[in-house]
Design a protein around this ligand. Structure first.
Ligand SMILES: Nc1ncnc2c1ncn2[C@@H]1O[C@H](COP(=O)(O)OP(=O)(O)O)[C@@H](O)[C@H]1O
Ligand SMILES: [Mg+2]
Length: 240
């Protein structure tokens, strides 16, 4: 196993609320990790700190995808934005796609922000849309797609830069269960199935059960970690 992301003793407070109260987590390359827990347990805060969207108050986050490893939690705002653009993909419940742009333009955007010329960016974007079953829909605006199709565009957008880690926060939260399953197929098929890493926050036990590991939070702490050892079987405890 190859370590890719490591969090040590993470703390983050909002006033008197300890959103993260000392979280340790190690994630291996190619893993799909589900983060679960009640509303308010700190899932989104953890995801944002792991992805360098938020700086923790204490503790550290280290990305082992580079040599030497990069301590994300020590970077300034500009370096963290650059890292997010170049190394991470994001899928949220909704809201990241730009409604005025077509599907292919939305997917091409992260590449163009990294300096890839438009024609090449759109070509690579179209290939990802095709891989996710959206061939022929390149020129549609987001409002002309179903919820599940739009989320697959969001998955394509997250993958187009070939990120080291994809972070998803309730990616199926607004979808029915059949559509959720399709979106999860898209997420897993483009990440752990290809040796890439996925960290997904979800409320849905069925979605979580498709991941190799489930980490449960309560009041900003990890209260349970279960790893899949066979198709239907989990063992408790951190795998290092
Ligand atoms: N920007 C913020 N300002 C104040 N409190 C916040 C903020 N973000 C999160 N919190 C609080 O931190 C706790 C954890 O929130 P969050 O990480 O969003 O949990 P979850 O994603 O599990 O629902 C909650 O009590 C929430 O109200
Ligand atoms: Mg949340």
């Amino acid at each position: 196993m190859v370590l890719i992301l490591e969090a040590n003793a993470l703390t983050k407070s909002y006033g008197d609320t300890h959103a993260l109260a000392g979280v340790d987590l190690t994630i291996q390359a190619g893993e799909a990790v589900a983060i679960m827990g009640a509303s308010g347990s700190g899932k989104t805060t953890l995801l944002h700190v792991l992805a360098g969207i938020l700086a923790p108050d204490g503790g550290s986050v280290t990305l082992h995808a580079t040599q030497p490893p990069l301590v994300i939690s020590e970077l300034g705002d500009a370096a963290r934005s650059q890292l997010r653009r170049e190394a991470f993909g994001f899928v949220f419940q909704q809201g990241l796609l730009i409604p005025e742009l077509t599907a292919v333009e939305n997917v091409a955007l992260p590449l163009m922000l990294n300096g890839v010329p438009r024609a090449e960016a759109e070509q690579r974007a179209a290939a990802w849309l095709g891989a996710l079953g959206l061939g022929g829909m390149e020129q549609r605006r987001i409002g002309q797609l179903s919820g599940g199709q739009a989320q697959r565009v969001a998955v394509a957008r997250a993958q187009v830069i070939e990120p080291a880690v994809v972070f998803a926060d309730e990616p199926t939260g607004a979808l029915d269960s059949a559509t959720s399953s399709d979106v999860m197929d898209a997420l897993l098929g483009t990440t752990s199935a290809r040796g890439r890493t996925l960290v997904v926050v979800t409320h849905d036990e069925g979605i979580a059960a498709r991941c190799g590991r489930i980490v449960r939070l309560r009041d900003g702490r990890v209260v349970e970690t279960r790893s899949k050892v066979a198709d239907m079987e989990y063992i408790e405890g951190e795998t290092r």
